[in-house]
Design a protein around this ligand. Structure first.
Ligand code: FAD
Length: 392
């Protein structure tokens, strides 16, 4: 059993750390948070240095690396600034789906521009009335064929980058009679500016304010049949296979947020004096520090085990699904708990005008996005029961 990273992975980790420590200033983080501003300049700079499209194929401008490398970057970026690391939410879902399921034309059209930091793209599954059950009970956004076009009607909500995206992979019900309904879901690419397609930015928002969240509406939106992404009526399957991957780097980001908050609390506890001594001297503080450190390390081990499985045991699909959900559920919980405790160690200074309160707010999304903590636990339980031949 080996716990070490390879020399190349260590280099990537160090480069990501150096880039973030140089470029992610607290002032910039606070400004983007306050103004709900996407850090375009940072996004482009990071892309130029190869921090975009880390796991995308090299022939389309990606780095051709794996999940472990993507996790290392997500962890380092989030450690330094939980808000500015939003640049990693660039167009990842869209690009990964296109790389895996798209046509050659779609790959050539979109992936190089995403990798260069020219555009961001989005993926839209969630609807106003369908979140956790999206796809399972039938989507209200429909796409029907009319000659050589799809005609899309419906609405999506909570879509990351929805209003700044060059294009969106929209999950539509294309077979209303499919049973179960998810067997009738397809993904269709809609580009910005297509008549009938509209967006609305959602504010106020608790955290991750540097990355916009939007609702989308489709009113008789017409796109070519060739805008189908992947196979017709296999869209839900495609998304689930994407989640098996994406939940792991997201969990790594949660570990990074927890680590960043922990390091700040550790330092602050040595500087803040009460009762004529640093608060680090109090056993209660030490106990909190020990608990935080242990939780972070446990989450990190789980995340990297999941990433390792993805890279080394691609045929163990069910195990990968279970570990990806375990890693995301646990790392999200740890990020919530550790940022909360880090804020507590800062006392009033943590609540007012501090970076810790941003970490606390930014961490909260991880237990919701790409499947809530409850849904992740359901997946873990389902897979555990399946292993003993019982179906839940
Ligand atoms: C900032 C942000 C960005 C997002 N980005 C995207 C995006 O880019 N694309 C996209 O498609 N979606 C996106 N989402 C949507 C996100 O994936 C959903 O919010 C999430 O899946 C939960 O759906 P919901 O909000 O409708 O909650 P609901 O499904 O209504 O759930 C409400 C509560 O009920 C619980 N619950 C639901 N079903 C069960 C069950 N069977 N058992 C136990 N508990 C259950 C949930 O866990 C939750 O606690 C984003 C959301 C946010 C907030």
């Amino acid at each position: 059993m080996r716990f070490e990273l390879t020399d190349e992975q260590l280099l990537i980790q160090r480069s990501a750390r150096e880039f973030a420590e140089k470029e992610f200033t607290p002032e910039k983080g606070r400004e983007c948070d306050e103004k709900y501003e996407f850090p375009w300049e940072l996004f482009r700079k990071a892309a130029r240095l190869g921090f975009s499209g880390v796991s995308l194929p090299e022939e389309y401008g990606g780095q051709g690396l794996g999940c472990i490398e993507e996790c290392l970057i997500a962890e380092e970026f989030n450690r330094v600034d939980s808000t500015l690391s939003a640049i990693l939410w660039d167009g990842g879902p869209f690009a990964t789906l296109v790389a895996k399921f798209g046509s050659e034309e779609q790959k050539k059209k979109y992936i190089p521009r995403i990798c260069k930091g020219e555009i961001v793209c989005a993926m839209a599954l969630t609807e106003p009335d369908h979140g956790s059950d999206a796809g399972m009970v039938g989507l209200e956004t429909t796409a029907v064929k009319d000659g050589d076009e799809w005609v899309i009607n419906g609405a999506k909500t909570f879509i990351t980058c929805g209003d700044i995206a060059e294009c969106v992979a929209v999950c539509c019900q294309t077979d209303p009679n499919a049973q179960p309904p998810y067997r009738g879901v397809s993904m269709i690419i809609v580009e910005k500016g297509t008549p009938g397609f509209d967006t609305n930015s959602l504010k106020p928002k608790m955290g991750i304010r540097a990355i916009p969240t939007a609702e989308l509406s489709f009113d008789d939106v017409r796109v070519a049949l060739s805008n189908l992404l992947g196979q017709e009526n296999r869209g839900f399957h495609q998304i689930m296979s994407y989640f098996d991957y994406s939940r792991v780097p997201i969990a790594a980001g949660a570990v990074g947020i927890a680590q960043g908050a922990f390091e700040r609390a550790l330092k602050y506890s040595t500087q803040r004096e009460q009762f004529f001594q640093p608060i680090a001297n109090f056993q209660v503080t030490q106990w909190k520090i020990a608990e935080m450190a242990t939780k972070i390390e446990t989450a990190r081990l789980l995340v990297y085990k999941a990433a390792w499985l993805l890279e080394n045991k691609p045929d163990k699909r069910r195990l990968i699904t279970k570990f990806a959900s375990m890693a995301k559920a646990y790392a999200a919980k740890v990020a919530k708990e550790v940022t909360d405790e880090a804020l507590q160690i800062h006392g009033g200074a943590g609540y007012v005008d501090s970076d810790i309160e941003r970490y606390y707010r930014d961490a909260r999304i991880i237990d919701i996005v790409e499947g809530t903590g409850e849904i992740q636990r359901y997946v873990v339980a389902r897979e555990s029961y399946r292993e003993i031949g019982f179906s839940v």
